[in-house]
Design a protein around this ligand. Structure first.
Ligand code: FE2
Length: 385
């Protein structure tokens, strides 16, 4: 039996076939447009253990919107709210509710990133723009992706300020402890019926990504609903974007429910990595984060065999995992531990995944059935199944 090690900073791997015209250094930040950023920031600090990091708003001379930047290890979350009815940010919130607007990617050269991607067919969201303050300069540019979601390329090699020009340090007297969240492992997009392959091609052609895992509706289905998913990765494996589309089932799938309530395609979940999921989930639960219901007894009874089949031994105590509702999946290279929150807003749209990789590169395919049955129990309560 081989030793399984925790995987630090994702799964560095050079994917053959990935193009190098767009070197991506990592996720720079994720920005959500929300109805009340001040209150949302309080929630992410209190419940998830994010730390106050930077701020922009009336006090810094920005009269259009307020943005709170929260940080936990390598994760930067930006919460933005408009300050008047004319801001175009309102349109996003009216249509989608609170949700992810920007998945920002850290690059060496934001001008070249914009040129290379728009040349390959991306629709421009923001031309390369230099922003400056006394701490240096940042170049940002952006392109549209699925729905109203955008990617912004951030070049920060000539900047040593807190976050971006225009932001100041956000000092707060209220600083709840972190919960052990370390970096973004992957971010999933839900797209419309029969649109998955269009977006797979977009990530291949425009960003040079490769499709390294696929799941069809025969693998991902329950008695009632189904979906299809393809996982896209950039060359170094740091950026992974699974793309889901709904598939026909007896009843409405969770992807359809998302598309109905988000009123279009968008980011479905943000998976954040921890290297101690038991401690992290214990803390999150104690702070009021709501998770999907724990899989049934039979699920946990089958776990030892599922690991055995791949010659892996579980390091964690299975009773503890079960007590916290954490799921386990295994592949050739190792296993992973994961759990999903309920949606973090009233519309059943965006949620979080907490993941600890013990060698496995997958996304928990072995858990899909148990997971979807759990989601369906929630859909049933919402009357949207
Ligand atoms: Fe995931």
């Amino acid at each position: 039996m081989k030793e399984i090690k925790n995987v630090e900073y994702g799964l560095e791997k050079i994917f053959e076939g990935a193009q190098d015209f767009l070197p991506l250094l990592g996720t720079d930040y994720v920005e959500l447009y929300v109805g009340n950023a001040k209150q949302a920031a309080h929630f992410y600090k209190t419940a998830f253990g994010f730390q106050s990091f930077a701020y922009k708003g009336l006090e810094t001379g920005c009269r259009e919107y307020a943005s709170y930047v929260l940080k936990q290890d390598k994760i930067r979350l930006v919460l933005t709210t408009p300050l008047n009815s004319k801001s175009p940010i309102n349109d996003h919130i009216v249509k989608h509710g609170d949700g992810v607007k920007v998945i920002a990617l850290w690059v060496e050269d934001a001008t070249k990133s914009w040129e290379e991607t728009t040349k390959r067919g991306a629709k421009s969201f923001m031309k390369p723009t230099v922003e400056k303050d006394e701490h240096g300069e940042v170049v940002r540019s952006g392109i549209h992706t699925y729905g109203d979601t955008v990617h912004i390329f951030v070049e920060r090699k000539n900047y040593n300020g807190v976050f971006l020009p225009g932001y100041k340090n956000w000092e707060s007297d209220y600083n709840p402890e972190p919960t052990g969240l370390k970096f973004i492992d992957h971010m999933v997009g839900n797209v419309g019926w029969n649109e998955m392959n269009t977006w797979v091609k977009f990530y291949e052609d425009v960003l040079g990504f490769v499709n390294f895992l696929s799941f069809d509706d025969k693998q991902i289905h329950t008695e009632y609903s189904a979906l299809m998913s393809k996982v896209m990765s950039n060359g170094n494996g740091r950026i992974k974007f699974p793309i889901n589309e709904p598939a026909e089932g007896k009843k409405k799938s969770q992807i359809e429910e998302y598309l109905d309530f988000y009123e279009g395609p968008g980011a479905q979940h943000i998976a954040v990595a921890t290297d101690d999921i038991i401690t992290t989930v214990s803390k999150l639960r104690a702070r009021g984060v709501e998770f999907l219901s724990t899989p049934p007894e039979e699920y946990y009874r089958a776990v030892p065999q599922r690991l055995q089949a791949h010659n892996h031994k579980l390091r964690e105590d299975i009773k503890t995992l079960k007590g916290l509702g954490i799921m386990i999946d295994a592949d050739e290279e190792g296993y992973l531990l994961q759990i999903f929150t309920k949606p973090v807003e009233d519309r059943p749209t965006l949620f979080f995944e907490i993941i600890q990789r013990m060698g496995a590169r997958g996304f928990g395919a072995g858990n899909f059935k148990a997971l979807f049955e759990s989601i369906e129990r929630e859909q049933e309560k919402r009357g949207t199944l």
